[in-house]
Design a protein around this ligand. Structure first.
Ligand SMILES: O=P(O)(O)O[C@H]1O[C@H](CO)[C@@H](O)[C@H]1O
Ligand SMILES: O=c1cc[nH]c(=O)[nH]1
Length: 267
């Protein structure tokens, strides 16, 4: 079976490598939320143009520092949607993906507004099992991850580097009880957050583990930076007031990282 798909227009992404013109970006900033992709395009990129927003999964092509072409894309929520988008991004020539997400922290020392850079993920995600066996490691690219850390240090952002729990559901899988409509949490999930806390896992989110496994199997470079918008040791809810400010920091760290990568011409 041929793997040379670069000239086709993948079904969900809805643009081909030819639609990227001469820019040929190799780096993608991948947001869960379409609004985040639009915000990055409008705030941080030059000459950004919408490529597609099929099913609300918008993509933009623009330039950073007036020179580096960047593709912004949207994964949607959860691993099945991310796996489709990432597969198609690779088809159109992307080689490096930084996920910019939000998450809930589970360690007491991590506060709303902090940033978490994932070095690896505990991947409790069904879609990932279609890509590699459950025991296949879900690890971020070490060089890109260190680059994110250095950018966070340079910008004076409060960051934490460690292991993320990537799960398939926001409510049951993250042990939400009081804010959930589900009256029954399965017994194997009762106490899972405390278990993860003791295992030194930093946070919950819903995509990084599958992204990392795909990177390992497909052979592309991936990393993940998330803004903390919930302190799960205190409550289940999301801090909407702090969300944009927290996200802004994660975006700035990612943007600086891409800028520095481009200067050293590593993509
Ligand atoms: O803000 P994003 O990137 O979507 O990330 C987090 O937010 C969503 C849940 O609210 C999940 O996708 C989770 O991973
Ligand atoms: O608690 C949270 C916050 C954002 N995203 C998640 O998956 N969980």
């Amino acid at each position: 079976m041929s793997n040379n798909l670069s000239h086709q227009k993948p079904y969900h992404l809805n643009f081909s490598s030819e639609d990227l013109g001469t820019a040929k970006p190799t780096i993608t900033l991948l947001s869960g939320e379409p609004e985040r992709s639009r915000y990055i395009a409008e705030t941080y990129l030059q000459n950004a143009r919408l490529l597609s927003d099929y099913r609300g999964l918008n993509s933009y092509l623009g330039y950073l520092d007036n020179s580096t072409p960047i593709l912004l894309a949207t994964s949607g929520m959860g691993a099945p949607s991310l796996s489709i988008v990432v597969n198609e991004l690779i088809q159109v020539g992307i080689k490096t993906i930084i996920r910019i997400g939000t998450c809930g922290a589970i360690q007491n020392r991590i506060k709303i507004g902090d940033i978490i850079i994932s070095q690896a993920a505990l991947c409790r995600q069904g879609a990932a099992n279609d890509i590699a066996p459950p025991e296949y490691p879900a690890v971020a690219d070490p060089f890109l991850t260190v680059a994110l850390v250095k950018s966070a240090q340079f910008l004076g952002v409060n960051y934490h580097l460690g292991i993320t729990a990537s799960v398939d559901s926001f409510y049951e899988g993250q042990e939400r009880i009081v804010s959930s409509a589900n009256p029954y949490l399965q017994r194997h999930l009762e106490g899972i957050t405390e278990e993860y806390r003791r295992l030194n896992i930093l946070n919950y989110e819903m995509e990084a583990g599958t992204l990392f496994k795909m990177a390992g199997v497909y052979g592309f470079t991936a990393a993940c930076i998330c803004a903390v918008i919930a302190e799960r040791n205190k409550e289940e809810g999301i801090s909407l007031e702090s969300k944009q400010q927290a996200i802004e920091k994660a975006i700035q760290v990612a943007i600086l990282t891409v800028s520095n990568l481009s200067l050293s011409s590593i993509d």
